[in-house]
Design a protein around this ligand. Structure first.
Ligand code: NAD
Ligand code: UDP
Ligand code: UDP
Length: 313
């Protein structure tokens, strides 16, 4: 029988790539989204496929559908978006997880949670491995996201221990690629849009903080592998690209690729901004047979081409 796969947050950046990827295999795909940060344009090209269905729904409310697999991605991911309505962000992570876990329990579906490297907070262990418990401020401006995602992980593991659900938890590190919003506020989209428009490049703080950027196709490949992994393998498993850069180095590479004359200007560092971040991906390599393949240079080329078309037509 064809699998019925539900993706919450399916109209967002990652969700839309996941919908597209899953439609390449047999089965039906149900995209559930309240369009808080997601957009219909992201999935418009899939609407002609009779195996694809879209439902406008907020996951903080119960949902009764019959499905075999659930990818739970619903949650704003960019700091400016998740801090815009922080109470709603926590509700989406926590109430959303409870509802989707309740649904998975009723229909005996396998359920995957899109968790985040933010569960490690401003890490004291570098690179971050899954056994590290993190250093998170529970009352700061990022807490609605970080603690919401941490509580969602707790719920996943309690439904696994208490109700024997088949859970899969991936901790996603910074991911970029086509379909990020130009006004999303995340660093890759900000720098590319600024460089293409000849505007100043906004470096927060000294620009010496680091991140490790994974191209979207690599990330989606890992998520699908995780969903298909053996029953007993729950994770959490880190998914990301371990090549680490400072924000200054990222800006230089984007300026080089866009041939832009934009200047680098320094802006205040946001509160609780993690100083360094790099995944230890040995568990993903061993358990999923996965490693990222796309270099930052190649991934940026695709992403810049996307934004060029979006901005200049
Ligand atoms: P995004 O903002 O593009 O996508 C989130 C989607 O969830 C949007 O389509 C939005 O409309 C939807 N949504 C938000 N609240 C909802 C609600 N209450 N009910 C239904 N839908 C809701 O962000 P993204 O980058 O695609 O992130 C997807 C998931 O991956 C998120 O859970 C995020 O925390 C996680 N993640 C992403 C990254 C990254 O670098 N992109 C890193 C770590 C974790
Ligand atoms: N739920 C849902 N869809 C379902 C089943 C449950 O949205 O198909 C929601 C329901 O609102 C419930 C939550 O998931 O409050 C948790 O369900 P669970 O069965 O774990 O707990 P209970 O129903 O006892 O609260
Ligand atoms: N950043 C920056 N300029 C920007 C946007 C972000 O220097 O215009 C920095 C930000 O301070 C952080 C890093 O880039 O150190 C990554 O930020 P992003 O919002 O993309 O993701 P997150 O902080 O959640 O990793």
């Amino acid at each position: 029988m064809n699998k019925r796969i539900m993706i919450t947050g399916g109209a967002g950046f990652l969700g839309s790539h996941l919908c597209e990827r899953l439609l390449r295999e047999p089965g039906e795909v149900l995209c559930v989204d309240n369009f808080y940060t997601g957009r219909k344009q992201n999935i418009a090209h899939l609407m002609g496929d009779h195996r694809f269905e879209v439902m406008r729904h907020d996951v903080t409310f119960p949902l009764y559908v019959e499905v075999d697999q659930i990818y739970n991605l619903a949650c704003p991911a960019s700091p400016i978006h998740y801090q815009f309505d922080p109470v709603q962000t926590t509700k989406t992570s926590v109430h959303g997880a409870i509802n989707m876990l309740g649904l998975a329990k009723r229909v005996k579906a396998r359920i995957l949670q899109a968790s985040t490297s933010e569960v490690y907070g401003d890490p004291e262990v570098h690179p971050q491995h899954e056994g590290y418990w993190g250093k998170v401020n529970p009352i700061g401006v990022r807490s609605c996201y970080d603690e919401g995602k941490r509580c969602a992980e707790t719920l996943f593991f309690d439904y696994w221990r208490q109700h024997h659900l088949q859970i899969k938890v991936v901790r996603i590190f910074n991911t970029y690629g086509p379909r990020m919003r130009p006004d999303d506020g995340r660093v890759v989209s900000n720098f590319i849009v600024q460089a293409l428009k000849g505007e100043d490049i906004s470096i927060y703080g000294e620009g010496l903080q680091t991140r490790s950027f994974c191209y979207v196709d690599d990330l989606i490949d890992a998520m699908v592998r995780m969903m298909k992994s053996p029953d007993g393998f729950t994770g959490p498993v880190n998914i990301g690209n371990p090549t680490e850069f400072t924000m200054l180095a990222l800006a230089e590479e984007i300026l080089r690729q866009t041939n832009s004359a934009s200047r680098l200007v320094h802006r205040p560092l946001p509160e609780d901004d993690p100083r360094q971040r790099r995944p230890d991906i040995s568990l993903a390599q061993k358990s999923l047979g996965w490693s990222p393949r796309v270099s930052l240079e190649d991934g940026l080329k695709e992403t810049i081409a996307y934004f060029r078309t979006l901005i200049f037509g």
